[in-house]
Design a protein. Structure first.
Ligand SMILES: *Cc1c(COP(=O)(O)O)cnc(C)c1O
Length: 429
């Protein structure tokens, strides 16, 4: 059986296959660059594992209090060495990215302090953590105020606005690297580096926290290489490498990480307790694989941008832009296309390929949302996934794919689904 036939067995017809192949051939130069970054980051992780002297004994876990959990302690060293920070928390007790960010914020702010976001409105779920949307237990309820400086029209930092906004009450500055589900551009590490420099020029002791979700290993450097005091993320995105079944991390200065640890568990106990259960192997192995898994997701994102841009749709980032995270937004213009796209992605998943996703009223959203995710880990968005709120301009957000071939199949399958419903015409090139 040749390659075209094996794709045919998965429902991809010869027209869609040929269209995809034409695009893949043109992307070889960019893919080679992505592989070089993955190689660089792979060396960074292996070097960190050597420095921490990871041993077989680290792969077994602890239960109960988790005192003297060697595997947990060394894993945190591996993260700290890789991200060039003094310390890190990497725990299955941290349920998700929002939880990790919440721990970092509550641990480092006190009543009377002000949190300043300098990349505009933060990710939706943080609105309730901060209290932008009134919510029980928010920072606002504890008397911690919030201010934000929006990004400028073209998506860059407003340096003058930042300098003016920092006052005596400002005790933590927050930056969000990825656009999340907004339409702005994702910030590059070098842009973040300039913003950190700007903050430190006003007050060298003012800590800066970066929401690093979806950004890890996309570049050779991380915000922590340029003075960010904390970087925070989710293990069911890039750094978990698809193997971590849960978890979050906070890497940064000893001071900031320690303060966060007293919020993660409780005052007095901090990072000393918290069993790793039986998750150490998947955390280590996932982090080891993460540079290459992130590269696969990046290739998928670039492929999707090219596939859909040439069909006439607006894509963010566009087909040629440099990438700073793994998310691709495609404006499909009609609800039927959003649904067909997600159905196609679902059909290509390794798990639950036979089920049909439907829009539903998700808690916290005003419009119905459709999600495609046939993942090994529930909700994992480093795995092949797509979602879109059913509202104009009918954007679908695509991300992940643990391997490049599976991401490629996902995109081809989304296109096949659109074609079968007569919702696109494929150009002949
Ligand atoms: C995913 C994400 C988060 C955290 O989301 P969880 O679903 O709680 O893991 C926070 N910020 C950004 C930018 C994200 O992409």
């Amino acid at each position: 059986m040749n390659r075209e036939n094996i794709y045919a067995s998965l429902g991809i017809d010869s027209e869609v296959y040929a269209y995809g192949e034409g695009i893949v051939r043109e992307l070889s130069g960019r893919f080679a660059k992505i592989d070089e970054t993955a190689e660089y980051n792979q060396m960074k992780v292996i070097h960190a594992m050597h420095e921490a002297q990871v041993s077989e004994a680290c792969l077994t876990g602890t239960t109960g209090y988790g005192y003297n959990d060697l595997g947990r302690e060394k894993l945190e060293e591996v993260y700290a060495h890789t991200f060039h920070t003094e310390a890190a928390l990497v725990r299955p007790l941290i349920s998700c990215g929002t939880h990790a960010l919440s721990i970092a914020l509550f641990g480092n702010l006190r009543t009377g302090d002000e949190l300043l976001s300098i990349s505009g409105k933060p990710y939706d779920t943080l609105e309730e953590v901060i209290g932008i949307r009134p919510s029980r237990g928010s920072l606002a309820e504890y008397g911690i105020t919030y201010k934000q400086v929006d990004l400028r029209e073209e998506g860059s930092f407003d340096f003058e606005g930042i300098r003016n906004a920092i006052g005596p009450k400002t005790k933590l500055v927050a930056i969000q690297r990825s656009k999340g589900y907004a339409t702005r551009k994702t910030l590059s590490v070098s842009e973040i580096a300039e913003a950190v420099k700007c903050v430190k020029e006003v007050d060298p002791n003012l800590p800066v926290m970066v929401d690093n979700c979806y950004g890890e290993f996309v570049e050779r450097v991380e915000p922590s290489d340029f003075g960010a005091d904390m970087i925070v993320g989710s293990l069911i995105k890039n750094p978990g490498g698809g193997l971590a079944p849960v978890g979050g991390y906070i890497a940064g200065t000893r001071e900031c990480v320690e303060k966060a640890s007293f919020r993660m568990t409780c005052p007095g106990l901090g990072s000393e307790v918290g069993p790793s259960l039986n998750m150490n192997t998947s955390f280590y192995q996932g982090f080891f694989l993460a540079p290459v898994v992130t590269a696969a997701a990046l290739k998928g994102a670039i492929f999707s941008a090219n596939v859909y841009e040439r069909l006439g749709f607006t894509v963010v980032p566009d087909s040629t832009e440099e990438r700073h995270d793994i998310i691709e937004a495609v404006t499909l213009e009609t609800p039927e296309r959003v649904i067909a796209f997600c159905e196609g992605i679902q059909k290509a998943a390794p798990v639950d390929a036979h089920v049909t996703p439907e829009p539903w009223d998700m808690p916290g959203y005003d419009d119905p949302v459709i999600m495609a995710a046939g993942a090994f880990v529930s909700g994992s968005s480093i795995e092949l996934s797509a979602d879109g709120p059913i509202r104009p301009p009918y954007n679908v957000y695509f991300q992940g794919g643990l391997t490049w071939p599976s991401a490629k199949l996902g995109i081809l399958s989304s296109l096949q689904s659109l074609k079968d419903k007569g919702l696109v015409t494929i150009p002949h090139c």
